[in-house]
Write a protein that binds this ligand. Sequence first.
Ligand code: 5AD
Ligand code: SF4
Length: 422
Amino acid sequence: MNVYDSEVLKGILSKNGYSITDRPEKAELIIVNTCSVREHAEIRAIGRLNELSRYKLESPEVKLAVIGCMAQRLGERFLKEVPALDFVLGTEELFKLPDYLEKKEEKPLIALSFFELKEIDSSPLRKNKFSAFVAISRGCENFCSYCIVPYVRGPEKNRKVSEIIKEVQCLAESGCKEVSLIGQNVNSYKDDSNDFADLLREVSKTEIQRIRFMTSHPKDLSPKLIKAMSNLEKVCEHLHLPLQSGSDKILEKMNRKYSSEEYLRLVDLAKSKIENLSLTTDLIVGFPGEKDEDFQKTLEMVEKIEFDSAFMFKYSPREGTKAFLLEDDVPKEVKLERLQALIEIQKNISRKKNQRLIDTTEEVLIDGKSKRDKLKWKGKGRSNKTVIISDNKTDKDLLGEIVKVKIKEIDSFTLFGKVEEI
Ligand code: 5AD
Ligand code: SF4
């Protein structure tokens, strides 16, 4: 969502006559968009902002802005961390940056209000021409006890089906092949009588070729949506379904509103209805009160379900959340040990699952050259796995093409294969 917000803001700024540069030494205004989901991200943002402050020392007319979740969370307190700031704009105020730039206030400007976010008037400036994020909703009101998002992004606001369709169709006409519909909890999407499954059906009717979405909350993943996924050809067979913990005691304390048993049932249903389903998840270790037996339950679930991949995190206490009031009683070393054990187990599962894909065919949307080997094309399969093209057809410009690739080699994170047909 932050990446998308940055693209939206770039679109708004360029519409207002500003030109965009990635090089801070050339900029008259430096903007840092921030995440506050974990403390680590915040520490890095503060470090980066203080490092960027030197451009102001060199040329005092340069302005420095911090925007997004962390700006929303800290407000004026940000000035203590980064005294050089000129603007601190929250998650919705950030879209008004051009107005604030015209006002030329002397003192640092802090704006944090949540306004009734109407349609944001912009054409996001996207780096990737062929695969685009499209926000369908913003904010979240699930209040998982560890999570800062509901506080910094406010309650859920859904865009209208018609606006989403307009944006997707416009993208398709400009050559975009794939959209990722994003929201903190896409499954609770609603516009009049339309739910998320209805939205998927409508988006499928546009000329876009592939559709993805994230993130799904298990409590709102309906059989209707699973059916829509299996029926709609354009919707990729990938579900990102955060489990967070395998222990019912911890799930309850996290306010996740499902049990491990319910989660398993959902996964079974999804796997039985959606052929070649790729299933990914988020997991947190070391939540307050997590005993070794709770962690073992997370491992058991991970081994039973066999996720294709997982984002795995150490619990990070966030001021203002319910869990912050609980004692952070799992020692740092134990959190680290659990995280390492989990990562190791998941890595082997990912490898095992990828192994099964050898000699199968993936439909890959090529998005650039491999970082490891700049001569080779790479892209994403429908499963959302990265695929590197390892044969010698690389002289052909494949950028933005959807190609069939026969998988020949794998590791835990990547598939390697040869183009079958173009
Ligand atoms: N500590 C650790 N991980 C967190 N997440 C959200 N809040 C926290 C926190 N306080 C993780 C969850 C979520 C993902 C986006 O980040 O797993 O699904
Ligand atoms: Fe945070 Fe839970 Fe909302 Fe996800 S669903 S953004 S974890 S509160």
